[in-house]
Design a protein around this ligand. Structure first.
Ligand SMILES: *Cc1c(COP(=O)(O)O)cnc(C)c1O
Length: 381
C-alpha cells in the first residue's frame, strides 16, 4: 500500500498475514468484527462456511474457551459468557420461559439465589427452593410446569457433595432438564455432564481462570441445547471479551496442576483443623472423587474466638470475597456471598457470624496452617 496517502495508510496498517507467523500461543483476536473480501464470502458466513462475522456472535478466543471446557467436561459443545451469572442466566432461559417452574437447591451461591428468587419472577419463572439432600423434598416440589432442577455439584459454603445420579434419575422420570454449577469442583474433580446432567455451568472467574484476574463464565451441554444457550448469550449481549477468554484459556492450561496441589493442601488443612480445640466445626466433603474433594474448607470458629481479631490477624492470607485463586484467601459468607439472604434462610443453612470459608491455594501447606492457627490463637478472648 505504497501509493496511498498517510491518512489512508494509518487506518489500513494492520498485518495481512492470516497465518499469524505460526504463533505457538493463540493470538488474541481483539476485534469487534470480521471483514469480507466480497459478497460471496459474506454470504458464506450465513451458510455456515465462514466462522466469524461479529464478536458478539462468536470469536476465536471465546470459541477456544467454550471448546476447552466442553472437552474437559466430556460435553459436545461449550460457550463462554461474560460472567458465571450470565452463563447461568443464559442456560436457564434456554430451558425455561414465562409460566415455567424451577426446583432449586436451597444452599446456593448467594448471587444465584438472588437471580432465581428475585429476578426470574420478572420473566414469569417461579422457583421453589428445597434441600437437595432429601429426594422426597425435590419430588414434592415438582409440578406440571417444572422444567428444570438446578443445583451446585459442591454447595457453598457448606460443601455438601450433591447426589448427581439421584438428580439425573429424578429428572428423567419427570422428563425435565438438569443444570449443575460445577464451579467449586471443577472438571478436574467432577464431570456432571458425563453422569447425565444436561447443562453444566462454571464461574470461570474462580478455578478455571485460577489467577483472580478475570471475570468469566462458561456453559457446556449437548449440541442441541447449546444452540439455544448460544442464541441467548448473543441476544442478551452476555458474550465474553476476547482478552478475558484468552486469559481464562491460559489459566486452564495449569488447571490439573493447580487442582492437584490445592486439593491436597485443602485435605491437609481440613484434617489438621479438625484437631483444633478452637474450631467448632470443619466442613469438608469426603470421597467426592478419586481426584480429591475440592479446595475449599469452611470452618466455624468456637465462641472463644473473636471473629474480627481472627480476620485482622491472617498475615499474608487476604480477605477476599471470592475463591479459586492460587493464593489462599478467606471469605465471610455472612458479610458477602450470603448477605442478601433473609435471616431465616441464613439460619436454616447454618450461616452465622463465626462461619469462615477458606479457599486453599498452592502455597506450602504447613505455612498455610501456621498462618491460620496464629490467627485463631490471636483471636482468643
Ligand atoms: C462466583 C460464583 C458464581 C458467580 O460467578 P461470577 O463469575 O461472579 O458471575 C456462581 N456460582 C458459584 C458457585 C460461584 O462461586
Amino acid at each position: 500500500m505504497r501509493d496511498v496517502s498517510f491518512d489512508t495508510l494509518a487506518v489500513h496498517q494492520s498485518i495481512k498475514n492470516k497465518n499469524h507467523f505460526t504463533s505457538k500461543a493463540t493470538p488474541i483476536y481483539q476485534t469487534s468484527s470480521f471483514s469480507f473480501k466480497n459478497l460471496y464470502e459474506l454470504e458464506s458466513y450465513f451458510e455456515g462456511e465462514t466462522p466469524y462475522l461479529y464478536t458478539r456472535y462468536g470469536n476465536p478466543n471465546t470459541d477456544e474457551l467454550g471448546a476447552a471446557v466442553a472437552a474437559l467436561e466430556g460435553a459436545d459443545a461449550g460457550a463462554a459468557a461474560s460472567s458465571g451469572m450470565s452463563a447461568i442466566l443464559a442456560g436457564i432461559l434456554a430451558v425455561a420461559k414465562n409460566g415455567d417452574h424451577i426446583v432449586a437447591c436451597d444452599d446456593l451461591y448467594g448471587g444465584t439465589y438472588h437471580l432465581l428468587d428475585a429476578e426470574l419472577k420478572n420473566f414469569g419463572i417461579n422457583v421453589t427452593f428445597v434441600s437437595f439432600a432429601n429426594e422426597q423434598e425435590i419430588r414434592d416440589a415438582i409440578c406440571d410446569h417444572t422444567k428444570l432442577l438446578y443445583t451446585e455439584s459442591i454447595t457453598n459454603p457448606f460443601l455438601r457433595a450433591e447426589n448427581i445420579q439421584m438428580l439425573v434419575n429424578l429428572a428423567k422420570e419427570f422428563n425435565i432438564a438438569t443444570m449443575v454449577d460445577n464451579t467449586f469442583a471443577t472438571p478436574y474433580v467432577l464431570q456432571p455432564y458425563k453422569d447425565g446432567v444436561d447443562l453444566v455451568v462454571h464461574s470461570a472467574t474462580k478455578y478455571l481462570g485460577g489467577h483472580s484476574d478475570v471475570s468469566a463464565g462458561v456453559i457446556v451441554g449437548s449440541e442441541d441445547l447449546m444452540q439455544s444457550v448460544c442464541q441467548k448469550i448473543i441476544s442478551l449481549g452476555a458474550n465474553l471479551s476476547p482478552f478475558e477468554a484468552w486469559l481464562t484459556c491460559r489459566g486452564i492450561k495449569t488447571l490439573a496442576l493447580r487442582m492437584e496441589k490445592q486439593n491436597k493442601n485443602a485435605q491437609f488443612i481440613a484434617d489438621e483443623l479438625k484437631q483444633n480445640a478452637y474450631v467448632q466445626k470443619v466442613y469438608f466433603p469426603e470421597k467426592v472423587s478419586k481426584e480429591g474433594n475440592g479446595a475449599i474448607v469452611t470452618i466455624e470458629l468456637s465462641s472463644q474466638c473473636d471473629v474480627h481479631t481472627f480476620f485482622a490477624s491472617l498475615g499474608w492470607i487476604k480477605i477476599v470475597p471470592s475463591l479459586g485463586g492460587v493464593e489462599t484467601s478467606v471469605s465471610y459468607p455472612l458479610g458477602t456471598s450470603h448477605r442478601t439472604l433473609p435471616p431465616e434462610a441464613q439460619e436454616k443453612l447454618g450461616i452465622n457470624a463465626r462461619v469462615i470459608r477458606i479457599s486453599i491455594g498452592i502455597e506450602n501447606p504447613k505455612e498455610i496452617l501456621n498462618q491460620l492457627i496464629t490467627a485463631i490463637e490471636t483471636s482468643l478472648n
